[in-house]
Design a protein around this ligand. Structure first.
Ligand code: NDP
Ligand code: MG
Length: 389
């Protein structure tokens, strides 16, 4: 029986993780749930899964959650500091990091410090501070098991293999809803269209990141830190069917791939149960339904976010942190129709130009760079709105 803390339980990954848990009550028990603002769903989940504690990080929601759970033996906490304490509780074996964005970093570090096994969905954590996070995990002897489907695929390909025998890792990308489109089309696309991913059902932010290919850029950096790669060893190929979830090429030229239907419950389940595989009855991949699996090079010129992310991966330091913060802000603005699709890349680039580069940032530097980049991006967003009128 594994006792879980599910951070971000009200999100796309969090709710799917709870589906996995509900299907295997003999294997998993929920010790802690955390959410930010969706109090009603958190309350519903708490009543169903009866965790020892829930944390609602948005303090304005504390009263609502506390009152609703008053008659149940469930502790209710609020705020980020509480979350960082609760994830260290002795009863927890595994922490699923499914909070969105930079906000997920500190609880993951706290969980690592307490020696908890990490199932990591929150890729921004590794994008911002991958070196620091993985270094701490090594020091504490903590396993970080990826939930992101590409990294789960690579992780599965790496079982029984030696990192020294890896030539490169190839991340597959569907290409998103605008595959093959050019800037003259993209300039007018709206959030309602961009959010509709052809193969995966995901949260709003990552859906936009998939449309701009920033998601694949973030995943390159995530792979670098997670697997300890040199920048040159990370490659991206467009594979619109999302059946091959990623690949590893070895020094003898052999390539291993992991395949399956696109369903996030599979990598979630794998990460939670690792090293076991759990039997399930999810729909199986039937090769006869996919007579063609195709591959092509990404269009770095049109989808500039991928080029920007690749650049900051090579640059290192606080550059990925700054890019990530700017991206979180502009995606949020795009979702509210405040900036255009192509403008997002301009604003990320300008933010990178403006925030001072730090070659070897410490944790506090990341916090400062993140805040500075957000402020900077907000200014660009405001200016863009003004120019619309
Ligand atoms: P969602 O937006 O669906 O959910 C985000 C979760 O994080 C919610 O529970 C939300 O709480 C919580 N949250 C948001 N902001 C904060 C904050 N400031 N402090 C604490 N908690 C917060 O996102 P996804 O589930 O799509 O993604 C979660 C992470 O997993 C991301 O890092 C994403 O890149 C990664 N991922 C997601 C995949 C997917 O298929 N969805 C695939 C691979 C990776 P509330 O709703 O209560 O406000
Ligand atoms: Mg992914």
């Amino acid at each position: 029986m594994k006792r879980l803390a599910i951070l971000g339980s009200t999100g796309s990954i969090g709710t799917q993780a709870l589906e996995v848990v509900a299907a295997h009550p003999d294997l998993f028990e929920v010790e802690v749930l955390s959410a930010h603002s969706n109090a009603s769903l958190l309350i519903e989940q708490a009543k169903k899964f009866k965790p020892n504690a829930v944390v609602v990080t948005n303090e304005a929601k504390y009263k609502e959650v506390k009152e609703a759970l008053l008659m149940l033996p469930i502790k209710v906490f609020s705020g980020n500091d509480s979350l960082n304490e609760v994830v260290q509780w002795q009863a927890i074996d595994t922490v699923l990091g499914a909070i969105l964005g930079f906000a997920g970093l500190s609880s993951i570090l706290a969980a690592i410090d307490a020696g908890k096994r990490i199932a990591l969905a929150n890729k921004e954590t590794l994008v911002v501070a991958g070196e620091l996070v993985m270094q701490r995990a090594r020091e504490k002897g903590v396993a970080v098991i990826p939930v992101d489907s590409e990294h789960s695929a690579i992780f599965q390909c790496m079982v029984g293999e030696d990192l020294n025998a890896v030539e490169k890792m190839i991340l597959t990308a569907s290409g998103g809803p605008f595959l093959g489109r050019k800037p003259n089309y993209l300039v007018n696309v709206k959030a309602s269209h961009a959010i509709q991913h052809p193969n995966w059902s995901m949260g709003a932010k990552i859906s936009i990141d998939s449309a701009t290919l920033m998601n694949k850029g973030l995943e390159m950096i995530e792979a670098k830190w997670l697997f300890g790669l040199r920048n040159e060893q990370v490659e991206v190929v467009i594979h619109p069917q999302s059946i091959i979830h990623s690949m590893v090429q070895f020094t003898d030229g052999s390539v291993k791939a992991q395949l399956g239907l696109p369903d996030m419950k599979l990598p979630i389940q794998y990460a939670l149960a690792f090293p076991k595989r759990i039997a399930n009855t999810y729909k199986r991949l039937d090769f006869k339904d996919f007579s063609k699996l195709t591959f092509e090079a990404p269009d770095y010129k049109t989808f500039r976010n991928l080029a920007i992310a690749k650049d900051v991966m090579f640059k290192g330091g606080n550059a990925p942190c700054v890019m990530n913060a700017a991206n979180e802000m502009v995606v949020n603005a795009f979702l509210q129709n405040k900036v255009g699709f192509l403008e997002m890349s301009d604003m990320i680039e300008k933010t990178l130009d403006q925030v001072p580069f730090i070659e070897q940032p410490a944790l506090d530097d990341f916090r400062e760079s993140d805040a500075e980049a957000r402020n900077c991006a907000v200014e660009f967003i405001k200016k863009s709105q003004l120019s619309m009128y």
